[in-house]
Design a protein around this ligand. Structure first.
Ligand code: CU
Length: 247
């Protein structure tokens, strides 16, 4: 538990020049107001910091928008992204989300080999996924409700941050057990001469989903692919409907 006194000590120790008060509005957008350190003292923790909330969506109009922001000493952090030493209260959660390990039994295995064959007589080279660059590849297939375990081996002399659209990936170890602590990943690096393994749960949203190396030159050079996720029943498609014109 940090106290107001701890915060003032932190200000002193780090020669902080500005305090950035941050809060999240009703719609989940982060808002902030910066003040020079000379107007920041113990009274801010008792009296709050007065500000005008009229510019915040969904809050009161200008005639009724005087508000008080009450700093929480427990949420204080040094801001690493400013030139001047700045204290923003921008807390990271201490407790991460818990989830039960998904069932791996019955998951379909998909082997992926990433290569960069030597350049041809024309001097051109292309990255390949299972022996073909993106422009000659057929989509990989899955059906809604299917779990797949992808084993992605890198035989090229470049690392490839592997990114899959639309679904998160659960990293697995050599025994195909979840790596602890478990985390759903958006991108997983495949090191040079390395292999990654992950579980993906294609549980909704049929359609064409892309995967690619997140080094965009590699993606452009052929290291991309598609997963054609087919609907298992008409209700899968219901879920996929969007208002026209939006994507
Ligand atoms: Cu790459």
């Amino acid at each position: 538990m940090a106290t107001a006194a701890d915060v003032l000590q932190m200000v002193k120790d780090n020669e902080v020049k500005f305090i950035d008060f941050r809060f999240t509005d009703t719609r989940g957008k982060e808002q902030h107001v910066s003040v020079p350190v000379k107007v920041f003292d113990m009274s801010k923790f008792d009296d709050g910091h007065a500000f005008d909330g009229s510019s915040i969506a969904g809050w009161k109009g200008i005639q009724a928008s005087d508000m008080l922001l009450m700093p929480d000493p427990n949420s204080v952090r040094m801001d690493p992204f400013t030139d001047e030493p700045t204290l923003p209260p921008s807390p990271l959660p201490d407790v991460h989300r818990h989830f039960d390990p998904p069932t791996l039994e019955g998951a379909t295995k998909v082997d992926i080999l990433l290569t960069l064959p030597p350049a041809g007589p024309d001097g051109k080279s292309e990255f390949q996924v299972n022996g073909v660059p993106f422009w000659r590849a057929k989509p990989y297939r899955a059906t809604v409700g299917e779990r797949q375990i992808w084993i992605v081996k890198n035989d090229s002399k470049y690392a490839h941050p592997f990114h899959l659209h639309g679904f998160f990936m659960l990293p697995l170890d050599e025994r195909l057990q979840p790596i602890r602590p478990m985390a759903w990943k958006d991108t997983i690096n495949v090191p040079v001469d390395g292999t990654i393994r992950f579980l993906v749960d294609f549980n909704e949203r049929p359609g064409m989903w892309m995967f690619h190396c997140h080094i965009l030159d590699h993606a452009d050079g052929g290291l991309m692919g598609h997963v054609h996720l087919e609907a298992a029943s008409p209700t899968d498609l219901e879920h996929h409907k969007r208002p026209s014109g939006s994507w």
